[in-house]
Design a protein around this ligand. Structure first.
Ligand code: NAD
Length: 355
């Protein structure tokens, strides 16, 4: 067996449906007295409901999280958290709410409790990101990893199906790239395969019946596993492409991942045989050449936008992004050059079938 290094993430994870009904009991042992509840504007009402449940130990609802953590939003939030003498940030929402809590923790070292309501996975990583002058800078810091993560699938029942589908494919992308990560290890590969299996089964059911709690449980479970993958091993060219597209053109995060994954997988289909065999099992595909197509067809089933141009990407982007990536190369199990990247991105721009 190949040598490996595995470090478990020190996160206390609670997973159950309807546990928000007992949220005071879950939070009580941690002893926080001035919890600041962070949400996006869209999730403010959910934040206020939570505030009423834990008002003895909560200080305010802060509904100002937005996508990609603009620096001025982060600075204001840090100031307000200090002013309110918060002793903990509780992020209720997706990667945007958790991202703002991470920006506060980065500066103040306040502990984070995350209650994720999408499948993005930020709650399981030490990665933070802050955007300034349209440039998103990411880094890693121990203090931004949540101390406690509470997954309650009931909270995802009202996540719109389009966001559910794209966010679920975003999670799947973490697991796929974990399979062929440069620092992959057997534990994470097990989790990754299971994450892909669960997500591939659950997402079509959610799109068909968004209130299907069993499918919601399955998807959130898969998303947790995928988040562990993202937090534990390095990613590859797919994440680099999505990061570059998101940073340069402000494309929506989850949708970009969802569209790109089919092309990244097709490009890497012969690069790491063990990884691709596991992916084939998880997706129930018999031929590695069909893996990208299988993801493309899954996207079709999920009614996900099929082309980057549908997200508003300009036609000049494939060439530009290929250049950006070649200027700061990133690990990938298969080597790439400018022409290959441009071709891959052009296919994704038009939404052509990868195979
Ligand atoms: P998001 O948090 O922006 O949520 C998308 C939309 O869904 C928002 O409008 C939100 O209000 C709404 N929403 C969330 N949960 C809902 C629910 N249960 N019901 C109804 N509406 C709901 O999107 P996201 O994809 O979760 O996160 C994207 C951000 O997270 C990006 O900035 C990305 O870079 C970051 N991210 C970071 C990491 C990391 O490790 N640091 C990992 C993944 C994503």
């Amino acid at each position: 067996m190949q040598a490996f290094h595995y470090q478990a993430l020190p996160v206390d994870v609670h997973f159950a449906s309807a546990q928000m009904n007992n949220i005071q009991d879950i939070l009580h042992p941690y002893g926080y007295q001035r919890i600041l509840i962070i949400t996006t504007a869209g999730q403010q009402a959910a934040g206020e409901r939570l505030f009423r449940q834990i008002q003895d130990s909560a200080v305010a609802v802060y509904p100002h999280a937005v996508m990609h953590v603009p620096k001025e939003v982060a600075q204001q939030a840090i100031h307000d958290a200090k002013h309110l003498k918060a002793d903990c940030c509780l992020a209720l929402g997706g990667g945007s709410a958790i991202g703002l809590a991470k920006a506060i923790a980065l500066e103040t070292h306040l502990p984070i409790i995350a209650i994720p309501t999408t499948y993005a996975g930020s709650e399981m990583t030490t990665v933070y990101g802050i955007t300034e002058n349209q440039l998103k800078t990411t880094g890693k810091a121990e203090q931004v990893l949540p101390k406690v993560v509470i997954y309650d699938p009931e909270l995802t029942l009202n996540l719109p199906t389009e966001i559910s589908a794209c966010s679920g494919m975003n999670a799947m992308a973490h697991a796929v790239e974990a399979l062929y990560a440069q620092d992959k290890n057997p534990i994470i590969s097990l989790m990754a395969e299971e994450a892909i299996t669960q997500l591939a089964q659950a997402l079509p059911e959610i799109v068909e019946a968004p209130q299907n709690l069993q499918a919601r449980e399955q998807a959130l479970y898969g998303a947790w596993l995928a988040g562990v993958c993202l937090g534990s091993v390095g990613m590859a060219i797919h994440h680099k492409i999505c990061h570059s597209l998101g940073g340069r053109y402000q494309l929506p995060h989850a949708q970009t991942h969802a569209i790109m994954l089919a092309y990244s997988v097709h490009y890497n289909r012969h690069a790491d045989i063990e990884a691709m065999n596991r992916l084939a099992v998880a997706l129930n595909v018999s031929d590695r050449d069909q893996l990208g197509l299988a993801i493309y067809q899954l996207n079709q089933k999920l009614n996900i936008p099929m082309a980057l141009k549908d997200l508003g990407l300009p036609a000049t982007a494939p060439a530009e992004v290929a250049g950006i990536i070649c200027d700061s190369p990133y690990y990938n199990p298969r080597e790439y050059d400018y022409a290959e990247l441009e071709a891959l991105l052009t296919k994704a721009y038009w939404g052509q079938a990868p195979a």
